[in-house]
Design a protein. Structure first.
Length: 400
């Protein structure tokens, strides 16, 4: 049975919600007097879940909990507070909490949170999830989104490993964004594909920040003919067997290998900018997806570089596309430029002006890709306003 440790009053009277834990497959929750006592117990005896009051937990305890969550892949944390304060919730989110509940906890909301956590625990690395990040137009920021969302996934320490793979032949930038100079790349993997296995894949991958692995794209333009649709499908089968989550940086041209990557992916994060040309190309891409029988739930629309000067309203954008936008990433040119120049993920420079909102956007998208329900389409600020729902439901039902 699973084991939960709860700080006193974090959920209200514990006997009132003990049956919810029992129904979710937990033994009787252990109640402790403080966050410090909780951390000590978990280090000594282990646990699957910890529940802490956000407002009264000391900063030092937060730091220790963050380290513990990174050490123990199967450990999850629920934060609670008497009111759904959006700033408090987002701060907890950045610290690795998986769920938020208003205390005293509603039994139905607690049950839903435990069900979402069970779904996360049940994921097996060998059946990994693949996300293709794609834009029908160049220059939309696909590589930045792919690298930073993969990094956000890795920082959440799922039950398994995370990779970002560059499928752009000749002009891929994943290695540049992460400041790595790998000995081998996609080209080497394609050449060895007939005898490739998980071990040989690992010899080609390069480890980067926070446990993220990267498959660099090939600079060999002549290899393009060998990166066929069949080769892409076989590569992704290999990635699935080796990683819990793989994020693909996909070419914007509609080629057989691009279609193969989009078809094999579980989700297609479609990145665009809010311009007339950008919207027209996304609309054509959505039509193509329909022709390929991709479900609407498979496609996640991400407006990138959103700023106050955008001339179209979001209802008009939704009308033009025939569906609402799922996520809006703010225009933070200097933050992105600095990260690319230094070869680091944006989260590695979190103190930079304007970085926090962008990092929140990547984190929210990562949560969506991990299988937790997303939120009402909107900016990070809009999403954070629906505070009573819990991190999985914090942002409401996302229309995909």
């Amino acid at each position: 049975m699973r084991r939960a440790v709860v700080v006193r009053d974090a959920l209200g009277p514990l006997p009132a919600v003990a049956p919810v834990f029992a129904s979710a497959g937990f033994s009787k929750p252990v109640e402790v007097e403080s966050a410090e006592a909780l951390l000590s117990l978990v280090r000594e005896a282990g646990a699957d879940l910890v529940v802490l009051p956000l407002a009264t937990t000391a900063p030092a305890a937060y730091a220790e909990l963050d380290a513990l969550l990174k050490e123990r892949e199967g450990l999850a944390a629920i934060g609670t507070a008497p009111l759904p304060d959006s700033e408090l919730i987002l701060t907890a989110f950045r610290r690795g909490f998986s769920e938020f509940l208003v205390a005293p906890a509603n039994a139905n909301e607690l049950a839903a949170a435990l069900l979402r956590l069970e779904s996360r625990w049940a994921r097996a690395p060998r059946g990994g999830h693949v996300t293709a990040v794609y834009s029908p137009a160049g220059g939309a920021g696909v590589t930045s989104v792919a690298v930073n969302v993969a990094h956000a996934l890795a920082r959440r320490k799922p039950a398994g490993r995370v990779a970002v793979a560059d499928l752009v032949v000749g002009l891929g930038d994943v290695a540049t964004h992460l400041n790595v100079a790998p000995t081998y790349d996609l080209g080497e993997l394609v050449r060895k594909l007939d005898r490739a296995d998980s071990e040989s894949l690992q010899s080609i991958m390069v480890s980067v920040a926070d446990g993220l692995d990267a498959l660099a794209g090939t600079s060999d333009l002549e290899l393009g003919e060998e990166v066929t649709a069949d080769a892409v499908q076989r590569i992704l089968t290999l990635m699935r067997s080796s990683y819990s989550y793989t994020v693909l940086d996909v070419e914007h041209s509609v080629s057989p290998r691009t279609i193969a990557a989009l078809d094999a992916a579980d989700r297609i994060v479609t990145v665009f900018q809010v311009t007339v040309a950008g919207l027209r190309k996304v609309k054509r891409a959505l039509t193509l997806f329909e022709q390929l029988d991709f479900s609407s739930e498979k496609v996640v629309l991400v407006a990138n570089r959103v700023g106050a000067g955008d001339v179209m309203s979001w209802p008009d954008v939704a009308k033009a596309l025939g569906r609402p936008v799922d996520f809006r990433l703010p225009n933070a040119y200097q933050v992105i430029s600095d990260a690319q120049t230094r070869g680091i993920p944006v989260a590695a420079n979190a103190s930079a002006p304007g970085a926090a909102a962008l990092i929140d956007g990547y984190n929210l998208l990562a949560v969506r890709l991990m299988g937790q329900p997303g939120g009402t389409p909107g900016s990070v600020e809009t999403l954070a306003s629906n505070g009573r729902k819990g991190f999985g439901r914090l942002f409401g039902k996302m229309r995909a």
